[in-house]
Design a binder for this molecule. Sequence first.
Ligand code: URA
Length: 203
Amino acid sequence: MTKDIQNAKSLEEISSIIADCKRCDLYQTKTKDVPGVGSPKAEIMFIGEAPGKKEDEEGEPFVGAAGKFLTEMIESIGLKRGDVYIANVLKHRPPENRDPFPEEAKACFPNLERQIEIIQPKLIVFLGRHAMNRFFPEFRISNVHGKAFQKKSDLAESGQQVYLALYHPAAALYNGGLRETLKDDFNKIPKILEKKYRKGQFR
Ligand code: URA
């Protein structure tokens, strides 16, 4: 991690570092910063890949069509957007929604890592394979979606982090089968959290 971000003590501080960030060129084409939104005490942290057009205009992740679907699913399990934390790997939009360059993702990753360290979520939910592969390059979403797993993590105070990978809500918008799979996988979230509490440790 670079020094500034490592010393950030709050999500607000991270956001102000992102606002001044010139570690890649995306600041030149952004409209707004999209650091993340939600509760600093969230038990669930959702991670997507990068802001799109609407997110860049509004400065908030997942506010377009995919975001509407995500919000519906969050509410379907009895939560509100403000109860969870929603972020992306990249905090600025790649022009024309192109895939992020590897050096952009590498430069931006410390921001997300520090957000995780401050929030200490009980569960990290990847929205789509791109976000998942930033953490676990060897995983295939078709094999792991909907199955919670625990891994060692330097970012978690307990040294262990529970993860769940889901298909991306945008991919599921236009594919009925995927949409049902995503909803089924999403509905497992309360049980995954409950299991973590009951056992004190997820297995
Ligand atoms: N897709 C993402 O991965 N992130 C957003 O914020 C919006 C769409």
